[in-house]
Design a protein around this ligand. Sequence first.
Ligand code: NAG
Ligand code: NAG
Ligand code: NAG
Ligand code: NAG
Ligand code: NAG
Ligand code: NAG
Length: 384
Amino acid sequence: MLSKTTATLALYFAGALSKILYAGVNESGGEFGVFSDNSTLGFGLPGRFGSDFAFINKSTVDIFVRDDKINLFRVAFLMERMCPVNLKTGKGLGRRFNETYFAEYKDAIDYITLHHEKFALLDPHNYMRYNDPSQQPFSGSVIGNTTDPRAATTQEFEEFWFELASRFRNNPRVIFGINNEPNSMPTSLVLKNDQAAVNGIRAAGAAQLILAPGNGFTGGHSWTQVSQGDDPSSDFMAKLFDPLHNLAIEVHEYLDVDFSGSHAECEQPGPSNLANLTTWLKQNNLKALVGEFGAGNNDNCRDFVGDLLDYIEANDEYIGWAAWAAGPLWGTFRSCCGDDTGNLEPGTVTDLGTPGAYESVWIPAVRPRIPKVLKTHGISSLHM
Ligand SMILES: *[C@@H]1O[C@H](CO)[C@@H](O)[C@H](O)[C@H]1NC(C)=O
Ligand SMILES: *[C@@H]1O[C@H](CO)[C@@H](O)[C@H](O)[C@H]1NC(C)=O
Ligand SMILES: *[C@@H]1O[C@H](CO)[C@@H](O)[C@H](O)[C@H]1NC(C)=O
Ligand SMILES: *[C@@H]1O[C@H](CO)[C@@H](O)[C@H](O)[C@H]1NC(C)=O
Ligand SMILES: *[C@@H]1O[C@H](CO)[C@@H](O)[C@H](O)[C@H]1NC(C)=O
Ligand SMILES: CC(=O)N[C@H]1CO[C@H](CO)[C@@H](O)[C@@H]1O
C-alpha cells in the first residue's frame, strides 16, 4: 500500500512533469519594416529579406538551444507579405502565397523544428487586421468587418489558415497561433475569426496544437474585463470548438503600469493579475500559454519576472511561456521596457552601449526558471 507521503510525492512528480510543456522566446523580425510615421499605405511591402525583415539568426537560435535548453520559438510573420495585398482593393488574404516569403519563413521553421527538433509557434503578427500594417496595431481593415468593403472576410481568413496548415500538416513540432493581439473590435468577431481559423486548420488535416487569442491585445490581466469598450474575452472564448480538443488560449502579460511593455518600471504583479484568468481556465477546463511578457533591466523587474514564471509553473492551467523578444534585426533597439533594456537577442547591447536584455534580464531572471523537463517528442499538444 502506498503511504500518504509516497502518494503525494507521486502526484507531485506527475504534476511537475505535466506542467510546463513549452518554454522559450519570441523571434521578432519577419513583421519589421512596414511602420510609417505618415501612414503611407504599402510602406515597406513586400520588403527585402535580410534588410527590411528577417525571421531568425540561426547562430543565436543555436545559443538559445545550447545554453538555455528552451524548446519553443514563436516566429512572427506578416500576413500582407505571406499573401500579397492589392493596395487598391485591400484584398489578397487567402490561399495564394508569395512563395519566396513562404520559403524564407519555412526555412526558419524547419531550422527550429527539424534541425533542432524544438517547437515553433507560427505567429501571424497582424492584430486580426489585414491590408495596411503602416500603423500597427490599429491600421488595416479588421478581418470580417462586413461594413468595410476593403476588409478580408472571415471566410478568406479560414482559407488562409487552411493553406498554411496544409503546408505544415506533416510537421508535428509546429504550433498554430491564430493571430497576434486582436484589439478594438467586437469580441464576438474575435471568436468568429478564431473559430474560422480552427475550422480551416482542421479541414487541412492538421492535428497540431492551436493557440487562440482573445480581445484587448489578448491581455491575461484583462481577460475577464471589458477592454476598450469591448466585451470580456471570458464571455466568448470558452465557446471555441476544436473537434480534436487540441486547443489552448494564448495570453500576453507585460508587467509595467499599463501592461504595454513600454516602461522601465514593473508595477503590475503577474500572479494577482492572472488570478481571474486562472479561475476562468479552471472553470472551463482550458489551458493557456503566456506567449509574450517582458520586463526592464532593474532588480524590481527581475523579481516581477521571477514571480510571473513561478506562478505559471505553479498553476496547472498554464502549459508554457515565451518571452518578448529576440530576433535578428533589433540591433540595439529595445524590444520592450526602458532604454537600458535592449532586447533578448544574444550578443546585442542597448542604445546606451550596456549589455542587452539577454544578459541583464534573461540570464538572471528567466534562465533559472526554464524547467529541466520540457516536452521533447510527439505532436504539439496539451500533454507531455
Ligand atoms: C513617410 O514615411 C516614410 C516611412 O516612415 C518615409 O520613408 C517617407 O519619407 C515619409 N514621407 C513623407 C512625405 O514624409
Ligand atoms: C548572428 O548571430 C551571431 C552570434 O551572436 C553573430 O555573430 C552574427 O553577427 C549574427 N548575424 C547577423 C546577421 O546578425
Ligand atoms: C515576395 O517576397 C519577396 C521577399 O520575400 C519579395 O522580394 C518579392 O518582391 C515578393 N513578391 C511579391 C509578388 O510580392
Ligand atoms: C468596420 O468598418 C466600418 C466602415 O469602414 C468602420 O466604420 C468601423 O469602425 C469598422 N469596425 C471596426 C471594428 O474596425
Ligand atoms: C477579478 O475579478 C473580481 C470579480 O469580478 C474583480 O472584482 C477584480 O477586480 C478582478 N481582478 C483583476 C485583477 O482583474
Ligand atoms: C511590448 C512590445 O514590445 N510589444 C511589441 C509587440 O510586437 C510589435 C510588433 O513587432 C511591436 O511593435 C510592439 O512594440
